[in-house]
Design a protein around this ligand. Structure first.
Ligand SMILES: C[S@@+](CC[C@H](N)C(=O)[O-])C[C@H]1O[C@@H](n2cnc3c(N)ncnc32)[C@H](O)[C@@H]1O
Ligand SMILES: CC(C)=CCC/C(C)=C/COP(=O)(O)OP(=O)(O)O
Ligand SMILES: [Mg+2]
Length: 291
């Protein structure tokens, strides 16, 4: 018999801490873009992040073929799941009796993958009750609700005990919060020796200031993209020592170029392709140890 961690996870919804957080909760509560739902329908892993890796042109086959669009969707989804695999590769050794935290967990695709890889518990927080319900529904369908739970909770103020968490991450969710506040909270609940990983888009200090494309991405998603320097400073200020800083920009471009040819375009593809191309924006993974 399995014991669900909390069957009414989103039944008692805390008030958003700020009007901005209320906007973000509303945004994700009403989000239902086909580019996310149709990709998730491929195998039941629902992501709200982008993809990495080379496109498998053999798998795509002939664009004139009637099944081509279906294969294109499967290929975009494969690249998005590959992105999660890269994040999980950087969590370090995780034991089945560890608990991990997914900060800004979306519909929970990364949480399911983490549990399937490590056998551990995964606690997710999101501002959106629809996302938490969706993620908990998927966990129940997969009969892993005793290990995977999403809650409506501000990632800057979580219920996790200090020093209790083996590893935690932000997968494309750190552009909604102040980085010093965010990394102070991860630093608080991580064990000494624990691992923090983020995959994020950040503006490049070498460009000078956020480019017009970066401003367009901010406006599109109502977020506030940080610079690469801000991540490293906020880590240094919060006992998080970077072990790897990987520029994933060349690895994510094939995803964007393929997505731009699909029927599921949302209009933001050009901003990503242009900003990655002119060097004003970078897709990075940073893994840091809590010391
Ligand atoms: C782009 S989605 C990423 C979802 C997920 N990490 C993934 O890879 O599929 C951004 C997520 O950040 C969450 N978020 C933004 N601000 C938050 C906050 N202050 N506390 C908790 N979650 C937050 C949103 O609710 C949403 O789930
Ligand atoms: C790298 C950056 C700047 C990310 C911003 C956060 C974000 C909205 C990620 C993707 O979500 P999604 O999967 O819901 O977006 P889309 O609908 O475009 O696929
Ligand atoms: Mg998406």
């Amino acid at each position: 018999m399995t014991t669900e961690l909390n069957p009414t996870a989103s039944a008692m919804i805390p008030a958003p801490a700020t009007p901005y957080q209320r906007d973000i909760a509303r945004y994700w509560n009403s989000e239902a873009r086909p580019v996310n739902l149709r990709l998730g329908d491929v195998d039941g892993l629902y992501h709200h992040h982008y993809g990495v890796g080379a496109v498998d042109h053999d798998a795509l086959g002939d664009p004139e073929d009637s099944e081509y669009e279906k294969r294109l969707i499967a290929e975009l989804h494969r690249l998005e799941s590959a992105q999660t695999e890269v994040l999980l590769d950087h969590l370090g050794p995780v034991r089945a009796d560890d608990t991990l935290v997914d900060a800004g967990c979306g519909r929970g695709g990364s949480m399911v993958m983490a549990h399937q890889r490590f056998g551990c518990k995964v606690e997710g927080v999101t501002l959106s009750s629809s996302q938490a319900d969706f993620g908990n529904g998927r966990a129940r369908e997969l009969r892993i609700q005793d290990h995977v739970r999403a809650r409506v909770c501000n990632m800057l103020d979580t219920p996790f005990e200090s020093g209790s968490i083996a590893a935690s991450w932000n997968n494309e969710s750190s552009m909604y919060v102040d980085l010093h506040d965010l990394l102070a909270e991860h630093s608080r609940f991580l064990k000494v020796g624990g691992r923090y990983v983020t995959i994020t888009g950040c503006w490049n200090p070498r460009y000078g200031q956020p480019s017009k494309w970066v401003s367009q991405i901010n406006a599109h998603f109502e977020c506030n993209i940080h610079s690469r320097r801000e991540y490293l400073r906020a880590m240094a200020d919060n006992r998080l020592v970077p072990q790897a800083v990987i520029d994933l920009t060349p690895d994510t471009l094939p995803y964007w170029e393929l997505r731009a040819t699909s029927s599921l375009v949302t209009g933001i593809e050009e901003a990503f392709i242009k900003s990655y191309g002119d060097g004003s924006f970078q897709y990075v993974l940073i893994a840091a140890d809590r010391v």
